[in-house]
Design a protein around this ligand. Sequence first.
Ligand SMILES: [Zn+2]
Length: 281
Amino acid sequence: MATLMALHAHPDDESSKGAATVARYADAGVHCILVTATGGEAGDILNPAMDRPDVRENLAEYRRKELEDAARIIGYDEIVMLGYRDSGMPESDDNANPAAFVNADYDELLGRVVALVRSRRPDVFLGYDSHEFYPHPDHLRVHALTMDIVAAAADPDRFPGAGEPWRIKRLVASLFSRRGMLAIHEMLMERDGESPFTEWVERISAGDWPERPTLSVPVGPTLQRGRDALRAHATQVDPDGFWFKVPIEVTQEVYPYEDFEIISGFLPTTEGIGDLFSGIS
Ligand SMILES: [Zn+2]
């Protein structure tokens, strides 16, 4: 059975990065496994309607339940929680918590992800790019794991107690798509004279956001599922906020793709519109 494994930092990241893509492959019969590193305990409550004392006191439980709902909407077959504590935003007090993801011994952590890869045997592994636009310490840790996982899981001399070595066929990182954002921004400016992406487009123009080798996966039919999954994170996502500023009809028309940085396992000609599983049966 074709298998996809996605590694994410917090509950809600699986819904804001590549959700429509995973939904597409889940619908096609791919076995989809979600690995979430932390419980998202340090997240701010970003939805005014959910900012209540009972939610604040039980945030980890709320976020776990939201994650289960979102994963069901996307079509994941399995959720694995690594159980680390959310490390919080850069320079926050949460960074120093000994249980924080960022303070876990890196080799032990890599060994745990290697054991998961060796037991689940994914063909495609979905991780994070280098995250210049959002340097959250937990996201940077997922990026480090992403860059190490293929070699570590395949090497019989590393983590010998963690199962039979397994070679992941393809490695990609979810991208906050530069070209998608530019396309939607231009369309909205022309149509409405305003766009939620103005600040981002300025950063792109300033050159602090490099283009990377990119595979664009068509996700028109499952875009709505991605948004529904994001909305299931009711404590984290303001239904009137950034993620929902672009009408879905606009995305459907202008850029019905999710973009991934190609890291390894693809032919040099793969860039452009394509399929994460092409040639893998
Ligand atoms: Zn996150």
